[in-house]
Design a protein around this ligand. Structure first.
Ligand SMILES: [Zn+2]
Length: 211
């Protein structure tokens, strides 16, 4: 069931406006303004339970409400669309690692939209308010298999291959920068790149290709 957005009270709207107005003058970040912090904290708690203690991008469960274990993520990053920063429909909780990997990657199909899109197909990434994770990615513990382009983009944007790499203790992550382009091409089904797979695995595993 898609996630309901956190609802802002009348006083929340006033406090957000206050933070925005004041920071427009001081140059400080309104996201860290004293008037906004309590709202941010309530929203975070709301999404932690609303998402069933699961990160919206990697789907891993972490049954803790400890704020340090979760990040209130801007689904559309602030530098893609700063005007969406204070819209609760643009918030979700993610694990800190997915948040770091996702970073400022652009997730809108069309970054020039004026209003916040209300349809799943407007977003390249899995959007917890519009999508079901399992419709786009098949996950078996640490293995993520995309079912469509949205699944592929989410795996790429949040580097979900990192779980398998950590789990089987590969000497290098499959997202090793040396092969970033090739791995992305293989993920999108490029036949030419797929032919390089063995060679890449040989390098990553330090396998002896003569054996
Ligand atoms: Zn995650």
């Amino acid at each position: 069931m898609p996630l309901e957005a956190f609802s802002l009270k009348e006083s929340d709207h006033e406090n957000i406006q206050h933070a925005l107005d004041e920071c427009a003058v001081t140059g400080d970040d309104p996201w860290n303004h004293e008037k906004f912090k309590p709202i941010r904290s309530r929203a975070k708690k709301y999404y932690i339970t609303g998402q069933g203690y699961r990160c919206c991008y990697c789907d891993q469960e972490n049954r803790t409400s400890n704020g340090n274990s979760w990040t209130l993520d801007h689904i559309v990053p602030r530098n893609e669309k700063s005007e969406f920063s204070f819209l609760p429909e643009n918030w979700a909780i993610s694990c800190p690692d997915c948040n770091i990997h996702k970073s400022d990657k652009r997730v809108l199909m069309n970054s020039s939209v004026k209003n916040y899109p209300t349809k799943s197909l407007r977003f390249k990434i899995i959007h917890p308010h519009h999508d079901e994770f399992a419709d786009h990615i098949v996950r078996r513990n640490f293995v993520y298999q995309p079912k469509d382009d949205k699944g592929k983009f989410t795996i790429y944007a949040c580097d979900l291959l990192r779980f398998a790499a950590d789990h089987i203790k590969w000497p290098l992550s499959p997202a090793d920068k040396r092969y970033e382009d090739e791995v992305n091409l293989i993920l999108i089904g490029d036949v030419g790149a797929a032919a390089l797979k063995e060679q890449i695995l040989d390098d990553l595993f330090h396998r002896n290709s003569g054996n």
